[in-house]
Design a protein around this ligand. Structure first.
Ligand code: ZN
Length: 492
């Protein structure tokens, strides 16, 4: 199976294959740990997760490296305001980032690299740039990259940089979108700021040099794929290419994948607009982690995704449909044999599903045949026409689906429980939806015991007690379903 993926660098749909024929080496820009991640950040991490899971599903090994930016302007500003050393300040948000990835079931990259642990590597890179004249030191001791030294600057963003001013400089990590300037590689120490004593002076690295240094440390001078949010194309990724290729004279990353930003209710997400959401905000409102995952991946990565609460409700219902169906298949007793129509439907669904993902990771088109199959199989189930061989074939297709989408196993109560624990410590429990509070502390074992007690009560014709249990559980969001195969329950 070959994956065709849009390549920002070539501007075309290119085949994505490992240069060494074995392992795909990829780098994805990670978080700057100065605050909790918002859903826009997580859309990017989730779409990269779709990529790595699809590669693995189709037999490609992956070496995925992600940086943790634990020193930058914003961290220094916030840590100073909080009166904390930057390491203490960022550690809490780094921990929160990992918890959020786990809640969203984002697979851990093979390598997670902290910027502050790779300072010597960054210094060595700057020294090499200085040797060739591509870096120079300013009066204050900071080091800058000389854009004029890299004539290909702009090749990723396709920006027309003809009006670029030679020697104009910028020292902030993020800067305005349309101005190309010599950018800071190393910032001379300022009083009160965290800094490192190095061969190029006392100071701290700029943001861009981090990614070049760590990508090359773990993946080599030239590697297969670099990914990130579309807002990083310029200047961050353009700068990474300039720094790296000026030293190695080799293509830094052959393939560049960029995930489009999201809108919330049709508008740009911003704190001032009041439509800014972290993952934790949504969990406290009572939305399930699996629904958030599905909603954030179901629109293909190059399309603009409009996040809405209706969309989350739709995703919740879709997951419910799948989980109920799987439960039905696993709990049912089926006669031996195969129904040719269902066998054909299963094969077709799998083929279409894989083909859609192989076509630029079209997650929307990949979802459709799976839900079509579930619909057809439910009808066959109702009519008693689903046989044991069909069950196995359909479960196998769903396993492929879940290898990428990962929403079938219900771990939502864990993610919500951890969010509530955090909210309690952070003094934010007041924001939690009332039904979440009622549901807390209700373990699967407690529910099983209550359901068993209800069954006994019914057998003893104690219907008052049976109804009482049903109502109590319903108030806490647990639904009991009686079917001919027995009693089952689920959390709403
Ligand atoms: Zn980066």
């Amino acid at each position: 199976m070959t994956l065709r993926l849009f390549n920002t660098l070539s501007g075309e749909m290119d085949l994505l294959t490992p240069a060494d024929g074995e392992m795909l080496r990829m780098y994805a820009c990670g978080p700057t740990v100065y605050d909790f991640g918002h859903i826009g950040n997580f859309r990017t991490f989730l779409q990269v997760d779709v990529l790595r899971r699809f590669l693995k599903l189709t037999g490609t090994k992956v070496r995925h490296v992600m940086n943790i930016t634990d020193v930058d302007d914003k961290i220094i500003r916030n840590a100073t305001a909080a009166g904390m050393p930057i390491g203490d300040y960022s550690a809490g948000f780094e921990q929160a980032f990992f918890e959020d990835l786990e809640a969203l079931r984002v697979e851990r990259p093979e390598v997670m690299a902290r910027a502050t642990e790779h300072i010597p590597r960054m210094v060595a890179l700057i020294q090499k740039l200085a040797e060739s004249g591509a870096a120079y030191q300013a009066e204050d001791g900071s080091w800058y990259f000389r854009l004029a030294a890299f004539p290909e600057y702009g090749k990723l963003s396709k920006k027309d940089l003809s009006g670029m001013e030679d020697g104009a400089r910028v020292d902030v990590d993020e800067y305005e979108k349309d101005s190309a300037r010599d950018f800071a590689l190393w910032k001379a120490a300022k009083p009160g700021e965290t800094s490192w004593d190095t061969a190029i002076g006392r100071g701290r690295p700029g943001w861009h040099i981090e990614c070049s240094a760590m990508a090359m440390e773990y993946l080599g001078e030239s590697f297969d794929l670099h990914a990130g949010g579309e807002d990083l194309i310029f200047p961050h990724h353009e700068n990474e290419i300039a720094q790296s290729e000026s030293v190695t004279h080799k293509t830094f990353a052959r393939h560049w994948m960029h995930v489009r930003f999201l809108l919330v209710d049709g508008r740009k997400m911003s704190k001032s607009e009041g439509n800014f959401y972290t993952l934790r905000d949504l969990l406290l409102k009572g939305y399930k982690a699996s629904a958030i995952r599905l909603a954030l991946i179901s629109v293909p990565y190059r399309h603009q995704f409009n996040f809405t609460f209706d969309g989350l409700v739709e995703a919740t219902a879709a997951i419910e449909r799948l989980r109920t169906f799987v439960q039905r298949l696993k709990a049912g007793a089926f006669a031996a044999g195969e129904n040719p129509a269902l066998q054909e439907a299963a094969t077709k669904a799998k083929t279409e599903y894989i083909a859609a993902l192989a076509n630029d990771l079209n997650t929307a088109e990949a979802r459709a045949p799976i839900f079509d199959l579930v619909r057809a199989a439910n009808t066959a189930l109702d009519q008693g026409q689903l046989l044991a061989g069909d069950r196995d074939a359909i479960l196998a297709v769903l396993a492929s689906f879940d290898a990428v989408f990962d929403v079938l196993t219900d771990l939502d109560a864990d993610a919500t429980g951890r969010a509530l624990e955090w909210a309690e410590k952070a003094g934010r429990l007041g924001e939690a939806a009332p039904e979440l509070m009622a549901r807390q502390g209700l373990t699967d074992e407690t529910i099983d015991a209550l359901v068993a007690e209800r069954t006994t009560a019914k057998k003893q014709r104690n219907f008052a007690r049976a109804d009482q249990i049903r109502n109590e559980l319903a108030e806490k969001g647990v639904v009991i379903e009686d079917s001919k195969d027995g009693v089952r329950w689920k959390r709403k």
